[in-house]
Design a protein around this ligand. Structure first.
Ligand code: HEC
Length: 148
């Protein structure tokens, strides 16, 4: 192989990498824990005080789509494709990701809804937008969004 050929090839390879990076720039390390280490064990121990039932899930869905406004960023199916979410970097979590669902305790979701994920569009929503009881209802609903 001559030197020019090698350079053309590596350039093509780099372009490929950039395109892949752009297409996936989207979400940032979805499985990496978001709750800071110091708070994580306590968050993982929290119990969701709201039992999932047809009624509480319906309330959770209504809050996700209404007052909580989660839908604006996370999208109707939770895929992270809501109208506001499209312009955010990093982009909103896809709540349909089964691996991600398994990697998080309810209390970690609660911690994020309460404190936000610093440096991202996920801001603190308790108590500004919803109260704690409403957040637990939404969390039960989020658990149904796993695409499987
Ligand atoms: C303004 C846009 C926006 C709104 C509104 C919003 N989110 Fe998010 N959300 C984000 C972004 C962006 C991330 C990704 C943050 C990151 O990568 O750390 C995120 C991440 C999350 C995560 C993942 C945290 C983790 O541990 O990985 C959960 C859970 C979540 N949001 C739930 C909600 C719920 C529930 C609501 C509604 C009560 C909501 N979000 C409203 C933008 C939003």
């Amino acid at each position: 192989m001559n030197a020019l050929y090698v350079r053309v090839l590596s350039f093509a390879f780099l372009c490929g990498l950039v395109i892949v990076a752009m297409a996936t720039a989207a979400e940032r390390d979805p499985l990496k824990p978001r709750v800071p280490e110091g708070d994580r064990a306590a968050a993982q121990k929290m119990k969701n005080p709201v039992a999932a039932s047809a009624d509480t899930l319906a309330k959770g869905k209504a809050l996700y789509e209404g007052k909580g406004a989660c839908i604006k960023c996370h999208g109707p199916s939770g895929a992270g494709d809501g109208p506001f979410g499209k312009n955010l970097k990093p982009s909103p979590r896809s709540l349909t990701n089964g691996e991600w669902q398994k990697s998080r305790a309810d209390g970690e979701l609660f911690w994020i809804i309460k404190n936000g994920s610093p440096g991202t569009g996920m801001v603190s929503l308790i108590p500004s937008d919803i109260n704690e009881d409403e957040a637990w209802h939404i969390i039960n609903y989020v658990r149904t969004l796993d695409a499987k």
